[in-house]
Design a protein. Sequence first.
Length: 378
Amino acid sequence: MSDGISPGHEDIWRSVGENAGGWDIAGEIPRTVLTELGAAGLLCAEVGKQYGGLGLGSQESGQLTAYVGSLCSSVRSVMTSQGMAAWTIQRLGTREQRDVFLPQLTGGRLAAVAFSEPEAGSDLGAMTTELRLDGDTVIVDGSKTWITAAAYADVIVVIGKLGDDAAAVVVPTDAEGVRIEKIPHPMGCRAAGHAQVRLDGVRLPAANVLGGTGLPLPFLVTTALAYGRMSVAWGCVGILRGCLDAVTEHARSRRQFGKPIGEHQLVSRRVAELYAAEQVATAVCRQAAESWESGSPELVIATVLAKHVSATEAVRGTASAMQIMASAGASDGHVVARAYRDAKLMEIIEGSSEICQLELARHALATGNSTVRQKEAQ
Ligand SMILES: Cc1cc2nc3c(=O)[nH]c(=O)nc-3n(C[C@H](O)[C@H](O)[C@H](O)COP(=O)(O)OP(=O)(O)OC[C@H]3O[C@@H](n4cnc5c(N)ncnc54)[C@H](O)[C@@H]3O)c2cc1C
């Protein structure tokens, strides 16, 4: 089975690696590249083969995500959005909805997922986007912000309030009343197509409401975000791996004071910090992926832990990498300069570090070390 990295996909990944710096500077990935990746099933690799996907398990999909993250965090971000949209459709959609929408997402159509609003960031309970059922149609009104990949998307999975509950609706971006405005000059993942999305009286078939009904907002958010967090966590592993490659090469070849800089102890300490960051991030991601594959009840908290630890390690590790590269990495587009900027955003998205810490603390306070004891006993 293809793991999405090889064989057969070398050319497209080589092209992503070679062009990532230029796309970062231009703030755009050519659409043909994204549709080619999408049509090869590579942007949502966990979707099953019956829907045209690669059917990868969580570990393999994670390794693919890390690989893409090591080449280009913007492409990896688009991949996270597409995967999250597919996961949400798979989990919440009816059989008919899966049959209609999933083959589109493995066939080259691009997707985004929209939770955040100008007044509802960490506090998603404050969202005001409204879904109203009207006969066999649904009307969507609201405003979403910082939606990754929305500038490229053919469809956006929009989360909004539906009566006392919430629901996810698949919104084609060419529907009347949808307006998409690209966010200018994002600090990182600059080519990931972040955009504001306005929805003014968008009328769609009610069949586009996933599952056809309302669900509690926390359930809906946790379901969709779990996939996004896992993907971001592996993306952070990729950021660290990209830095390790660049830095070890540089520390061996760049000479100052008569020897390679890697032989100066203060520099080698930073190489060690970067190496440790990559190892720690990989370990928590592997552990969380294990929970996904075994269907463990620990899945949600293991995913929050993986996202939080990986993002924190990515920020620390990329700072070490930047210091080692110094002027050699200090230009826009350079893999380490990109990593340094991209990593910081990973502490903000899919539940900021503070929101993840609150969830981890709540879990620890509720369970003490009983989960640790259970694991040790296995
Ligand atoms: C690059 C990027 C990509 C994104 N992609 C998407 C996307 O695809 N889809 C989508 O829906 N959204 C997306 N977002 C939005 C993202 O989810 C929000 O930015 C994030 O949830 C934080 O919300 P906020 O920026 O409004 O910060 P705020 O919620 O205003 O928080 C500001 C600060 O206060 C802290 N804070 C808030 N509440 C608490 C609390 N109770 N306790 C302690 N600290 C707290 C936060 O951690 C943060 O440090 C993206 C954002 C970025 C930057």
